[in-house]
Ligand binder design. Structure first.
Ligand SMILES: Cc1cc2nc3c(=O)[nH]c(=O)nc-3n(C[C@H](O)[C@H](O)[C@H](O)COP(=O)(O)OP(=O)(O)OC[C@H]3O[C@@H](n4cnc5c(N)ncnc54)[C@H](O)[C@@H]3O)c2cc1C
Length: 263
């Protein structure tokens, strides 16, 4: 590590002002940022700690949506009676993130702002057509994710909450990297009154919607319909864990499991 300033903010306004003034970075659970700093992949001169901001925490049902504060930890989403009742797929997703320490420290806002290509929450946000609330505006899921570790957020913009519309049916299944438990391929399927949305994480440079699966599942929301879709390997990741063809094949297999789990 190297020397840096640490500022503890008590309100979103205070945190945003400190970020704008310092050009530093927000610190949420530190589960991605501290590791990146240790590796010198990020070298902020100032960290603005969000953990003392009460207005960023909490889970509530608002009409047909579940609204979750940006600083809500994965473990709290996993354990929430509100989320389990209205959106059990999201509680299960949070329960499957990393290990106990990661779930007790990592936050929804940190995961989305980081936009790791293999992270789980981006798939839920995109498939559910969620809305990301910031201190400046509201951003629809289709506009939020821009590419590998890239989002629509400005440097001094803070995620404050995410509003997840409650679907008719939904499920998330991931084929895990056994070491990190990040997704080698993760698929979130959501059936709503407006149609079916399918988001894939882990397979490519960033989360994406799988149009071919959405079309097939829009006609028949069955595991067989998902299995019959042949995904193209173009643009899929290649690494020691799997070839592009392997990942493309896994998408349909994992999507079929997600549809079966959604019931
Ligand atoms: C061993 C391990 C296993 C993991 N496994 C998984 C997994 O299976 N699935 C998965 O999805 N993730 C996994 N993760 C990542 C984990 O979910 C992290 O919690 C998450 O990616 C980052 O959240 P954080 O709260 O720790 O954010 P931090 O690390 O504190 O911040 C990450 C980035 O987001 C920015 N940021 C944080 N909060 C905000 C905000 N409110 N507004 C704007 N910017 C903000 C920070 O400035 C920083 O750039 C794993 C991590 C580890 C270390």
């Amino acid at each position: 590590m190297y020397a840096f300033e640490l500022t503890r903010a008590k309100t979103v306004a205070e945190a945003a002002a400190a970020l704008a003034k310092s050009g530093g970075k927000a610190l949420a659970g530190g589960q991605s940022l501290i590791g990146a700093m240790k590796l010198r992949l990020a070298q902020p001169g100032t960290l603005v700690d969000l953990s003392g901001i009460a207005e960023l925490k909490g889970i509530k049902k608002e009409g047909d949506a579940i609204v979750i504060g940006a600083m809500t930890r994965h473990a709290d989403v996993a354990a929430s009676a509100v989320v389990k009742a209205a959106l059990p797929a999201l509680a299960a997703l949070a329960e499957g993130i990393g290990d106990r320490q990661v779930r007790n420290m990592g936050t929804l806002g940190g995961s989305l702002a980081n936009n790791d290509p293999a992270a789980c929450y981006p798939a839920a946000v995109l498939a559910l057509g969620a809305t990301v609330h910031t201190n400046k505006r509201k951003i629809g899921a289709d506009e939020f994710f821009r590419g590998m570790f890239e989002t629509a957020l400005a440097d001094d913009e803070l995620i404050t909450a995410v509003s997840f519309p409650i679907p008719e049916k939904a499920a998330y299944v991931k084929f895990k990297n056994p070491a990190s438990r990040f997704a080698l391929v993760g698929v979130f399927v959501a059936k709503t009154s407006r149609g079916v949305r399918v988001a894939v994480t882990g397979a490519a440079s960033a989360v994406f919607r799988a149009k071919a699966l959405e079309d097939a599942l829009g006609k028949s929301f069955t595991a067989d319909a998902a299995k019959s879709v042949k995904m193209s390997a173009t643009g899929m990741n290649a690494d020691l864990h799997g070839s592009p063809e392997y990942r493309a094949h896994l998408i349909s297999v994992v999507a079929a499991r997600a549809v079966a789990a959604a019931g």
